[in-house]
Design a binder for this molecule. Structure first.
Ligand SMILES: Nc1nc2c(ncn2[C@@H]2O[C@H](COP(=O)(O)OP(=O)(O)OP(=O)(O)O)[C@@H](O)[C@H]2O)c(=O)[nH]1
Ligand SMILES: [Mg+2]
Length: 168
């Protein structure tokens, strides 16, 4: 196991599923209840011998201004939205901009959650990824991973994507 470890920061609108992803990665279970995160919660998990510290930030608007303080030193970010909530998809630009304002050119994974009930059109998502990646000020390109934490879909793929960014 590496001693150094990495910092993974999860951002996105409230109720997107950030805390559920943390529970899934750390303990492997799905939490059905919604308990809003207040500012920040952290946990460490291991994947493929790497130690990854998850910083699970609060999505609710009232934490704006506080949560950006937790981005500092982030090695990788997940911008999560709810595939069943178009407003959370519309907010993706906001989250990407906040990360880049704070941390510059860092790896970002766009993650659409609740794919088992998801409705945001794939074409919109592809277009958004392309648009973000056209910004030539940033060398690191974002990628998209749809997941369902509830059904355990693509969690393994997400983990591999995280590692591949961290090691590149
Ligand atoms: N159907 C479905 N529900 C999910 C899934 N993932 C999370 N949820 C539900 O979505 C709700 C919100 O999840 P949280 O993880 O608490 O949301 P959050 O993004 O941490 O919200 P904040 O802490 O307020 O920013 C909970 O009721 C979860 O059970 C999923 O894959 N499918
Ligand atoms: Mg939360």
């Amino acid at each position: 196991m590496s001693n150094v470890g990495y910092k993974l920061v999860i951002v996105g609108n409230d109720k997107a599923g950030k805390t559920c992803l943390r529970y899934k990665l750390v303990d492997g279970y799905f939490e059905d209840r919604y308990i809003p995160t207040l500012a920040i919660e952290t946990n460490i998990y291991e994947f493929d011998g790497e130690r990854i510290e998850i910083w699970d930030t609060a999505g609710q608007r009232q934490f704006q201004g506080i949560r950006e303080g937790y981005y500092d030193g982030g090695d990788i970010f997940i911008v999560m939205f709810d595939l069943n909530d178009h407003a959370s998809f519309t907010s993706v630009d906001y989250w990407v901009n906040k990360i880049r304002e704070t941390c510059g050119d860092v790896p970002i994974i766009l993650c659409g959650n609740k794919s088992e009930i998801g409705r945001v059109d794939q074409e919109f998502i592809d277009h958004k990824v392309e648009e973000i990646n056209q910004d030539s000020n940033y060398r690191k390109k974002i990628c998209y991973v749809p997941i369902s934490i509830k059904n355990d879909d693509n969690i393994e793929i997400l983990n591999h994507q995280i590692l591949s960014y961290l090691k590149s």
